[in-house]
Design a protein around this ligand. Structure first.
Ligand code: HEC
Ligand SMILES: [Cu+2]
Length: 337
């Protein structure tokens, strides 16, 4: 193949790979909504996209036809005549855009007000607090606090109050609802609803410092019964060490000052700087979703947190030896709901 042809073929292949890549099942797909709010927002996207495609077709198809039909042919000696001013045409392209904008504006206003108003009926209150670089989830009505995983009952309205502990973050679960900023010193509100039980990944959507890209979380939607049992588990968590190794870990947790930053409900650990570790052994993920919840990953985190989350507030404990790490890990993994 010659140079330009090869380049063209290469570009076509790359474009095809990109397009086909888009066919994979994407967990954060705005076009595949799993709740009322996300569906309403997709409706607006589809409406404006539909109008834009219609306008583009109405302009480009006649344009292409005219370019072909009236192009210069061999032997056309004459210059074309000029024409100026056509009241009918000008009227049409002044009025039509206005009508289209109204068609777009009315449902946008309607949905903006709907989204700003909490639906009537019972709702579950969750206060979501953005921290550099993890999310805290408080359930004031239940007196429980957790991180990384926001548990909600499927099919229920979740009334979210958004706060920030430091800089501006944005709370975004693409399959459930659009973004909303979390701003220091200000309470902002949003609501969402998940149709079915499932795990819906989310992330911070406002640049908030070094590890912004790692500030992820999951919304874990459960059947109402499973959610209730999670709530009562969190209210009465397992805190007693389940082995002598774990008992050593409990002592180390106090000695090393972990309790100064972390709370474990039902123990003397009441620190508020880092995530609440109550029931952490029962979580799917830890460290804002950057690690799976298993002893190896947890050990790696305790050994050198900054290697996982650059810039993290959590200090490293370089002097811990292997068996001490194992003891703390055993203690934390035993904290269950
Ligand atoms: C100076 C405060 C501070 C101290 C002391 C501290 N941590 Fe942390 N810890 C944090 C912060 C902040 C995070 C959140 C890190 C992030 O995601 O960016 C964290 C995260 C964690 C996590 C992951 C929590 C989650 O929700 O996934 C674990 C587990 C943990 N710390 C255990 C410990 C242990 C064990 C000790 C003592 C050896 C300790 N921490 C000492 C501040 C601290
Ligand atoms: Cu952030």
């Amino acid at each position: 193949m010659r140079g330009p042809v090869r380049r063209l073929a290469g570009a076509a292949l790359a474009a095809a790979a990109l397009l086909l890549g888009g066919c994979a099942a994407l967990p954060q797909d705005v076009l595949a909504p799993h709740g009322t709010v996300a569906r309403m927002e997709l409706g607006l996207i589809e409406r404006s996209l539909g109008i834009m495609v219609g306008v583009a077709a109405a302009v480009y198809i006649p344009l292409a036809y005219i370019l072909l039909r009236y192009r210069e042919r061999p032997g056309d000696g004459r210059a074309p005549g000029t024409s100026e001013g056509n009241t009918l045409l000008e009227g049409v392209w002044t009025v039509l855009p206005f009508v289209l904008l109204v068609v777009l504006a009315l449902p946008t206003f309607r949905d903006t007000f709907r989204l700003a108003t909490l639906p009537s009926g019972p709702a579950v209150d969750v206060t979501v607090v953005g921290h550099q670089w993890w999310w805290e989830f408080d359930y004031p009505a239940y007196g429980i606090v957790t991180a990384d995983e926001m548990h909600i009952p499927a099919g229920a309205v979740i009334d979210i109050t958004l706060r920030s502990a430091d800089v501006i973050h944005a709370f975004w679960v693409p399959t459930l609802a659009g973004k909303q900023d979390a701003i220091p010193g200000l309470d902002l509100h949003m609501w969402l609803e998940a149709d079915r039980p499932g795990v819906y990944p989310g992330q911070c959507a406002e640049f908030c410092g070094l590890s912004h890209a790692l500030m992820r979380f999951d919304v874990v939607a459960q059947s109402p019964a499973a959610f209730q049992s999670w709530v009562s588990g969190m209210q009465h968590p397992v805190t007693a060490p389940q082995s002598s190794l774990a008992a050593e870990g409990e002592v180390l947790f106090a000695q090393l000052g972990c309790a100064g930053c972390h709370t474990i409900q039902g123990t003397s650990a009441q620190g508020k700087v880092g995530p609440n570790l109550t029931g952490i052994g029962s979580r799917r993920v830890i460290v804002a979703g950057a690690l799976a919840n298993n002893p190896a990953d947890l050990g790696q985190w305790l050994h050198d947190p900054a290697s996982i989350i650059p810039g993290t507030v959590m200090p490293s404990f370089p002097n811990l030896n292997g068996s001490q790490l194992q003891a703390i890990t055993a203690y934390l993994e035993g904290l269950r709901v």
